[in-house]
Design a protein around this ligand. Sequence first.
Ligand SMILES: Cc1cc2nc3c(=O)[nH]c(=O)nc-3n(C[C@H](O)[C@H](O)[C@H](O)COP(=O)(O)O)c2cc1C
Length: 322
Amino acid sequence: MEATGSLPRTDIMKLFSACSRPLNVCAPMVRYSKLPFRELVRRYNCDIVYTPMILADVFASSNYARECEFSTNWLDDPVVIQFAASNGVDLANAAELAAPYVSGIDINCGCPQKWAIHEKIGSHLMSDPETVRDMIRTTKARVDVPCSIKIRIHKDLRETEEFVKRALSVGVDFITVHGRTKKQKSSEPINLDGIKLVKETSTVPVIANGDVFTKEDADELVKATGVNGTMSARGILENPALYAGHTVTPWECIETYVDLALSYGTNAFIFHHHLMYMMENVMSNAERRTFNSLTSIPSILEYLEDNYDLDISKRRRSSVLA
Ligand SMILES: Cc1cc2nc3c(=O)[nH]c(=O)nc-3n(C[C@H](O)[C@H](O)[C@H](O)COP(=O)(O)O)c2cc1C
């Protein structure tokens, strides 16, 4: 965790009540929703941006993990830090360390991966509402920032309703609902009735997640479900400017990402993958084959300079190569 002292942070709950339009939210994305990307999407109308999922017990016990997993600065606001935890103590320990630097603490109740379910975190929690209740209660007793949950829906929506009611009973501050069950693939359509039910059951703001690839998708999702905001993951990875109404990634957005990533620092894998996502619709198949085979930041920059007239200043270049 790199930040000097605590930082003045936006009150996310006021944002929900003061904003006259639905909020635009960038999803938590392992590997991707890091500091440079968070700053990028904010420049294109994102109101709230999440960190990737971070393991609460590791974050709480290791200074090294905190440094690696969470860099922030005064521009990184409002940011919600998302933790994966299996119990209230682990979550509250991590939340206490993060609280001075964030506008919210989110509990991941949606990760469907086998290892996560084995560790009793992520989507495992959708069948353990009592543990989620305990996590919210314990965390809210120890930190003074909003505590939210990111959930999926159940096959039987009555279970979702019960789950939400239990979270509300211990003061969950807002809820994000990904409109798929833990078994559903992202290629399957989202369940609008499930999202609507969560909204109708809730006395707190609700953010809907799933299949937001354009601003129009976001508007339609709000219209169909009445939620207070929408969250995008795959869509915003491909087009970080989507909430500003761009239907394809503007070139200036790609240049800005390069600039931010180089000035904040990044690794070649993440840098390359972000650019592959953003340029997916810009490159021909042949170009993509060449671009995807590159392995270092200097070779990626050289390719962009030679083929796309990317203007990299000497300062940025020397900071990467140093
Ligand atoms: C690359 C990637 C990484 C993700 N990492 C996380 C994560 O760290 N935490 C989380 O709650 N969901 C994570 N998700 C799921 C998304 O936040 C989101 O719920 C899901 O992709 C559905 O939204 P979409 O249809 O806009 O992609 C990830 C998704 C992707 C594509």
